[in-house]
Design a protein around this ligand. Structure first.
Ligand code: MF3
Ligand code: CO
Length: 259
């Protein structure tokens, strides 16, 4: 089912989106060399609870994971890229960390992910991975407006990732969002312009380009959740929830503080 939000639901989506952005920004500010991923999960839980919001993750048990996720945020380090399950690991200087968070307030969800380097070390190739996913996300958002089709967004995202030299995995991509975190339509990270569902005002989409440095193949970690690059190479992921408006798209999970 494709959900078109009412003006009231869209107002609620803005509240959820701002909360997701605020939590990700404070986590990014707080993470240091030596921070444990389980601390990040605990901080996230506190911020969600203090806001009176609901985690979209803790009880989530989709077919692509083993049982309920059981945590409040996805933490993916280096070769881990999607659904990174927080575990007992202290971050090291130069680790490439992805934080992916979805919460719901008043029954409407928002979803966003950021990738950044921990500490001051700058390992070769890492900034380029992050930059490619951020530019692909911006291109996808720029293509989003009423009348555009899902394939236009997929094509815009895929063009940037391909030009940056990355092979694109088509198993996981963006998605509709609203009353539930994962809804139709699927937004692949590559595709053909002019194809697919035609966007309408009130549609909420989570766009989420992600890449692995030298492969398009994923392997599943022994934890049954965390997806890693098959070669052990580094990865990055950027995601925003956007609302299709009368004249374009509004980013609901934009941080209000510079990063
Ligand atoms: N928020 C992720 C996405 O971008 C989904 C995470 S599901 C979880 O679509 F269970 F791993 F948390
Ligand atoms: Co998502």
């Amino acid at each position: 089912m494709i959900e078109i939000l009412s003006p009231g639901q869209l107002a609620q989506a803005r509240v959820s989106g701002a909360l997701v952005a605020d939590i990700l920004t404070s986590l990014r500010d707080r993470v240091r060399v030596g921070t444990n991923l389980l601390e990040v999960d605990g901080w996230t839980r506190s911020m969600i609870e203090d806001a009176g919001a609901t985690s979209c993750y803790v009880d989530y048990a989709p077919s692509f994971g083993r049982g309920p996720f059981g945590h409040y945020i996805c933490t993916a380090v280096n070769d881990a890229v999607l659904h990174g399950r927080p575990h007992d690991y202290a971050l090291a200087d130069g680790d490439l960390l992805t934080l992916d968070l979805a919460v719901s307030t008043g029954g409407i969800a928002a979803d966003s992910a950021i990738s950044f380097l921990v500490g001051s070390a700058r390992p070769a190739g890492s900034a380029e991975l992050i930059d490619a996913t951020e530019r692909a996300l911006a291109a996808g958002i720029a293509a989003a407006r009423p009348g555009a089709r899902i394939g236009d967004l997929s094509h815009a995202i895929g063009t940037v990732l391909t030009a940056a030299g990355y092979a694109i995995n088509m198993e996981f991509g963006g998605h509709g969002i609203g009353s539930a975190m994962h809804q139709d339509p699927h937004v692949a990270n590559n595709g053909r312009p002019g194809r697919g569902y035609k966007l309408r005002p009130g549609l909420l989409l989570a766009l989420e380009p992600w890449v692995m440095a030298d492969t398009d193949r994923l392997i599943t970690d022994a934890d049954g959740w965390t997806l890693r690059s098959a070669t052990g190479s580094r990865t990055a992921h950027s995601e925003h929830t956007i609302a299709i408006t009368d004249d374009g798209a509004e980013i609901l999970t934009q941080s209000r503080r510079p990063s």
